[in-house]
Ligand binder design. Structure first.
Ligand code: GLA
Length: 399
């Protein structure tokens, strides 16, 4: 992976993909596409409960250089993994999902997207392609490096195969790849943010209808920055806690007689408490209150501006720490320290069990908050965090 987090690195990743393409094939790529990572401002573990989320695409992007082939084969190569993976279209169906472990993990994302697109559109009359990737979306930081690979692949194949699918259909193909080709039981938030991202705005998404609204954030006008604090605690949603939380949510919905937790409101919680064990109830309470917090955040942003949402960010983190239990000490420390150092609000972002926290901070306080968080991590004996600011950016597209 090309190292830097800064805006300059974007050109670097595009250049890296094209350079590796030339090195491998001796030819110029037919085109370059790219797709962003994302930060979720609020609405965590609500997407697979048919609820609401408010993510935005960030300036860190994954780039892909594409070249045509004369045969019906796909080859994927990247600057961040040593070996190329090559497969005939006709063998993709036998690979996913049953034999996905035969392919190295990163390659399941682009190959899984190709597989999902071929399934969604019927037969495969397409010509083969070489896809060469480079990325500056930090991996394992909870910023959806995987959705960025999926989005870049989906966007490129949609264009060169003339599929004419819209952003929502491409996001669905990305989620399909993630669920079936990679084996991570995630929702659709990351792929939707990656496909639909806009400069200076977040995407307010109803995950039941997939209706998306662009919501102005107004951070820049208010003199605010969104600081990411990557704890560097790695996580993977194909194993462990993520799937367990999803199962608990499904149990909670079944016990309350609704098809998804989206159908419960805060006023239903008293009744729900009597229908289930304490742990399941706390999982349910997180999702129900988090959905309400997303709605409240959208309203606050509109009515009062971004300085008014600090309390909602803090409440969201507390709910994930205490009720959903997906935080880790490093995330709690980053959030508490940023709050103490003067952030408007802070919370962990993404699936949890590691990854990054975000803090909404006055521009001039960014160096001080960063220094405090670094100091607190050093004092606690944690690996040094990576702190950098992100800005809402455009979604997947041809470069
Ligand atoms: C991961 C998943 C998303 C979503 C978040 C938690 O990022 O990929 O679908 O569930 O976790 O909000």
């Amino acid at each position: 992976m090309s190292a830097a987090h800064g805006a300059a690195a974007q050109g670097g990743a595009a250049h890296g993909a094209a350079a590796l393409f030339r090195e491998l094939t001796g030819a110029e790529p037919a085109g370059l596409w790219s797709a962003p990572g994302r930060v979720n401002l609020i609405g965590e573990h609500t997407d697979y409960n048919d609820g609401f989320v408010l993510p935005f695409a960030i300036q860190h992007r994954t780039h892909v250089a594409l070249g045509h082939r004369a045969d019906r084969r796909l080859r994927v190569v990247s600057t961040f993994a040593p070996d190329a993976v090559e497969i005939a279209f006709d063998d993709l169906g036998a690979l996913f999902p049953e034999r996905r472990d035969d392919v190295e993990e990163w390659a399941r994302y682009p190959l899984g997207v190709a597989w999902a697109l071929l399934r969604a559109t019927g037969a495969a009359p397409f010509a083969g392609v070489d896809l060469v990737f480079d990325a500056d979306v930090p991996v394992g930081a909870g910023l959806s490096s995987s959705a960025a690979i999926e989005g870049a692949t989906a966007s490129a194949l949609n264009d060169v195969w003339g599929l004419d699918l819209d952003g929502v259909a491409l996001a669905r193909a990305g989620r399909r790849a993630e669920n079936d080709a990679v084996g991570a039981p995630t929702g659709i938030m990351d792929q939707m943010a990656c496909m639909l991202g806009r400069e200076d705005a977040a995407i307010f998404l109803d995950c039941r209808t997939l209706e998306a609204q662009v919501v102005d954030l107004g951070f820049a006008e208010a003199g605010l920055e969104l600081l990411v604090m990557d704890t560097r605690v790695k996580h993977a949603h194909s194993t462990g806690g993520y799937g367990g939380r999803r199962v608990a949510c499904e149990r909670g919905a079944a016990l309350t007689g609704v098809s998804a937790l989206r159908d419960l409101g805060v006023a239903d919680l008293d009744r729900a408490r009597g229908l289930m064990d304490d742990v399941t109830f706390r999982r349910v309470r997180h999702v129900v209150t988090e959905n309400q917090r997303v709605l409240d955040t959208v309203r606050m942003l509109h009515d009062e501006g971004p300085r008014a949402i600090g309390g909602l960010l803090r409440a969201s983190h507390a709910s994930m720490r205490d009720d959903f239990e997906i935080s880790v000490p490093e995330l709690d420390l980053a959030v508490a320290t940023a709050d103490r150092a003067g952030a408007i609000g802070a919370r962990m972002t993404g699936g949890g069990f590691g990854g990054a926290a975000i803090a909404l901070v006055d521009r001039e306080l960014v160096p001080a908050v960063t220094a405090e968080v670094e100091r607190a991590f050093a004092a606690a004996g944690h690996v040094a965090p990576l702190c950098f600011t992100v800005r809402p950016s455009r979604g997947a597209a041809r470069d």
